[in-house]
Design a binder for this molecule. Sequence first.
Ligand code: ADP
Ligand code: MG
Length: 239
Amino acid sequence: MSESYPAKSIIGLSEVTLTLPSLAGEVNILRGISLDVAPGEAVGLVGPSGSGKSTLLMVLAGLESPTGGKVEVAGNDLTRLDEDGLARYRRDHVGIVFQSFHLVPTMTSLENVAVPLELAGRKDAFARAEEELKHVGLGHRLDHYPGQLSGGEQQRVALARAVAGDPEILMADEPTGNLDAKTGAQIIELMFDLHRRRGTTLVLITHDNELAEMCDRVVRLKDGQVEAVHEGRQKAAAQ
Ligand code: ADP
Ligand code: MG
């Protein structure tokens, strides 16, 4: 497989393991995951519930520390960064979208998108946030609170927030899991549009096989290991 990998990867995982203690003994959640992702690639991460997809994404985002192995993302060796370093890494390189939106309920749409930009030192935070919200079709919902928005609208705010800092890597964990099919499709279209226009690397967890096949590559996890990797069917068809 390695000959098809790019010379320079934006994500490089080598024998990543994550073992947690439990009352029943140690649990091996990730069991030696190696994977390289090229800049601008879209990777679909699939596999049964409990196979380690979300945990792997947390490791990639620097929100969970692996027990062993090497995690290099956007030139950072994540295992060597302290909490501040990991926070900076996330701020500078990563946008994350979760299934359950994770918006701050006491902040408006505009604030949810602008405040992280402001904390990152962007002078144009509010103008930038407004632009991003308009782009996802929420120009008329800037001053609404999450509780006043539909699920699809909340996820669009979350997506605007994730991409407003123009991250090199967009990570999404079942971003359409709480949405109806039509609303979910809109979110996916926005994500792929960004991926194409800005060359953003995409790591997308989904249990929707059709959706996974839209990616350049599909990585299937099973029991904390990479079970199989194949080229996305839609990409293969386009060649
Ligand atoms: P997926 O996203 O593929 O459904 P997860 O990454 O959420 O899988 O979980 C993988 C496995 O790790 C599951 O068996 C889950 O129960 C276990 N797990 C996840 N987080 C923890 C934790 N903090 N402590 C113990 N076990 C965990
Ligand atoms: Mg999960």
